[in-house]
Design a protein around this ligand. Structure first.
Ligand code: FDA
Length: 442
């Protein structure tokens, strides 16, 4: 049996988190002595780099400053910065004149693709990781065998001392709702909307950033259609992006959160959930309100906000979907015949243990059955596991709100890389006697 290649680091998933890690490894290796070089490889199921392609709505902007790119907070002089990308694209001066910290989402996607292209040799696309097996030679687990499958069914195994699982978020739908030709999650929005012809009525469920973006997009794209936004809130709530609140995304906030007792962690999440969850950019709220008001003035209302409401039933038939909307105030119900219903109901963290097979049972859990995660983002395992399993994402309960976001990515990957280096087994010193006898043998 041929032995699989052995890496210091094997990354599962190649979104921005592991892309940032690939860059950190590349920069480390460029300056490292040969014995300090870190070998790394990344496996990504998509055929090429892609970051939430279904929501690359043309005028949507980032919710994070361009300075929180893949590298700058870790290494401000990195050649992988957004500014260097802009310079390469010939837009640096134009961007400066724009006086804007928040680039277009399509632009940041282009930046990610540009950066991914520069570390292409470290990635295998079209590789869906399907399992991880522990490798123990009669002693502790020192390595992991990672199996991936390509779309053509080829199976490959790679071996690594450390895994970094960064598989992102999963689309969340209310219980009982199943995606279909006419019932979508906004994750696939742009791909699906291209196939939509001449709709009469569209329903959007949810009042977060994605729900508001989808509502605005549909209203603009389909000028003859009615767009109904259904949500439980009274109105769209603004994202708190004020300076002090923004500190919750600081690298230092991770330390504060990590060491805080459980009830303080919960309070911090409650205080600052409105920096990220179920909230909408101020400009977009103003834009939607302007549209509703304008339609009131001209007397042709086709953007309808069904607030304080929920979807109580969905009935799909060949011509569309019959949506029952229930008022949370008085329980009254109304039906809407729609061509399509778009659920913008958010995402949940992916459970990394699904991939870990027998290793899952060897990961320690807290009293709420959540994975215990060390400060260096490594899963706490039993003492028989020496290899490291690191998480990027899925650590909100231990490391706080920035866990699934871009804000802290560049710093986090620096910490993970440092941990991998610190945990390296010291090289066995070559004794002069051994070296001499080895020479004799040769
Ligand atoms: P991400 O989900 O990006 O990548 C995970 C990768 O793993 C994917 O490419 C997936 O294909 C791959 N994968 C999964 N399972 C696999 C397997 N078994 N084998 C191989 N590959 C596998 N945050 C922020 O800070 N500012 C912002 O402006 C935004 N904007 C934003 C817009 C939209 C529409 C969404 C949905 C989310 C955001 N976010 C955000 C939050 C978002 O989570 C964040 O921007 C990054 O996507 C996190 O990067 P990751 O690499 O961790 O996950």
């Amino acid at each position: 049996m041929p032995q699989p290649p052995v890496f210091d680091v094997l990354g599962v998933g190649f979104g921005p988190s592991n892309l940032a890690l690939a860059i950190a490894v590349t920069e480390h290796n460029a300056a490292a002595r040969p014995e300090d070089v870190v070998t790394a490889h990344f496996l990504e199921r998509q055929p090429r780099f892609g970051w939430h392609r279904g929501m690359l709505i043309e005028d949507a902007t980032m919710q994070v400053s361009f300075l929180k790119d893949l590298v700058t907070l870790r290494n401000p002089s990195s050649s992988f910065s957004f500014l260097n990308y802009l310079h390469g694209r010939g837009r640096l001066v134009d961007f400066v004149n724009h006086k804007n910290l928040f680039p277009l989402r399509v632009e940041f996607h282009d930046y990610f693709e540009w950066a991914a292209g520069k570390v292409d040799d470290l990635v295998s696309y079209d590789h869906d990781v399907v399992s991880v097996e522990p490798v123990a030679d009669g002693g502790p687990v020192t390595h992991f065998d990672v199996t991936s499958r390509t779309p053509s069914g080829e199976v490959e195994v790679r071996r690594a001392r450390n895994l970094v699982v960064a598989t992102g978020l999963r689309a969340r739908l209310p219980e009982g709702v199943v995606q279909s030709e006419r019932i979508w999650h906004n994750r696939d929005f742009l791909r699906r909307v291209e196939q939509l012809e001449d709709p009469r009525r569209l329903v959007v469920v949810g009042a977060g950033q994605s729900g508001a973006e989808v509502t605005a997009f549909l209203h603009e794209r389909f000028r003859d259609a009615e767009v109904c936004a259904v949500f439980a809130r009274y109105g769209y709530s603004p994202a708190d992006d004020s300076s002090f609140a923004n500190r919750i995304f600081d690298p230092a906030a991770v330390d504060d959160f990590y060491t805080a007792p459980e009830d303080v962690k919960r309070r911090l999440m409650d205080y600052h959930a409105n920096t990220n969850y179920a909230v909408v950019d101020h400009d977009l709220i103003a834009d939607l309100y302007r549209r509703v008001y304008r339609e009131k003035v001209v007397g042709a209302q086709r953007l309808r906000l069904l607030n304080l409401s929920q979807v109580a039933g969905l009935e799909e038939h060949p011509g569309g979907v019959r949506v029952t909307v229930e008022s949370l105030s008085d329980g009254r119900r109304a039906t809407l015949d729609a061509d399509v219903v778009v659920y913008a109901t958010g995402y949940r963290e992916a459970d990394p243990t699904g991939l870990l097979g027998t290793l899952a049972g060897r990961c320690r859990r807290d009293e709420h059955d959540r994975l215990r995660v060390l400060r260096d983002y490594r899963l706490e395992t039993d003492d028989g596991i020496r290899g490291g399993i690191y998480l990027q994402g899925g650590t909100e309960h231990t490391h706080g709100i920035s866990s699934s976001l871009l804000s802290n990515t560049s710093v986090r990957v620096g910490e993970i890389l440092q941990s991998v280096l610190d945990r390296r087994e010291p090289a066995v010193p070559v004794q002069p006697a051994y070296a001499v006898s080895a020479l004799h043998t040769a």
